[in-house]
Design a protein around this ligand. Sequence first.
Ligand SMILES: Cc1cc2nc3c(=O)[nH]c(=O)nc-3n(C[C@H](O)[C@H](O)[C@H](O)COP(=O)(O)OP(=O)(O)OC[C@H]3O[C@@H](n4cnc5c(N)ncnc54)[C@H](O)[C@@H]3O)c2cc1C
Length: 297
Amino acid sequence: MKDEYQTIIIGGGVAGMTAALYLKRAGHSVAILEKEAPGGQITRTSEIENYPGILKIDGPELAFKMYEQVTTLEVPFIFQEVISLKLENDSILIDTKDHQFRCQNLILTLGRNPKRLRIENEQKLSGKGISWCAVCDGPLYKNKEVAVIGGGRSAIEEALYLSKMCAKVTLIHRRDEFRAENTLVDELRNTSNIKLLTSNQATKFIEKEGRLYSLILEDGSELKVDGCFEFIGQEPSTKILKNLDILDSEGYIEVDKNYQTKYSSIYAGGDCIKKDLYQIVTACADGARIAEQILKK
Ligand SMILES: Cc1cc2nc3c(=O)[nH]c(=O)nc-3n(C[C@H](O)[C@H](O)[C@H](O)COP(=O)(O)OP(=O)(O)OC[C@H]3O[C@@H](n4cnc5c(N)ncnc54)[C@H](O)[C@@H]3O)c2cc1C
């Protein structure tokens, strides 16, 4: 495996893959390092209906199309998790568990991860009834009863998705109003097997025989469920950058209008920077603009 490139991209989501596409088509030497599957967050959603030019597409399918596009261009897509970074003279050293890479420019497209409730038994029952991905785990609960926690667009979309396969979905939201378009909220209210439990929240998960058995709610009641899906927001996946002093108080990477961090060779874009709209098109746009900045150097 080659270990030196003009540019290395950490994070093979849509932002990282778009940056790679633009760089490689311009003849630049570039590689992507990715710790999980190509596509990042879009692999966790079922229906994308706001990607221009495509009426409706499955998240994993769009991820695969982008992966196919960059690998057809022969961009190395290296499945390794980056654990640390170091700046050295004119280059950047990137360590994964068993390999070291070197580059002149680094693009950070690390994305975000789902926030957790951080209540009793959550960690223990993760993957044993508690999930953060309806597309991945929804089919395990066919004809069963599940809870969805959250009140934003993602929680509503995923509750609707789960209602198509589960017998019953209880949506638990700590407020009494939802943060989403009216059409989506109307669809939620009109779906017969979705029950809304507003102004309430889960305080504890109960385990039985090594799996999730029920939720204890703030009002003291117990809700028996086969599965629980949490959609309470996202946090940036930027822990590996703590020693570089480029994060704001919420953990997002600070960049200027050209996506440059305080280091002239390190850029960041996509969901790991602070912005108004966290969507596929904006992440792709960030990736393309970062590539242009590097090509102009
Ligand atoms: C449930 C859900 C539904 C959504 N629906 C839509 C929708 O319908 N339309 C829309 O436009 N947007 C939607 N979004 C938002 C959209 O998916 C994101 O804005 C976009 O995918 C962000 O892309 P990204 O490349 O910036 O980050 P991500 O997709 O988060 O990718 C970051 C990648 O970096 C990798 N990574 C992180 N740390 C490391 C490391 N140390 N080493 C190696 N790799 C690392 C991760 O594994 C990940 O693959 C949805 C999001 C969710 C969660």
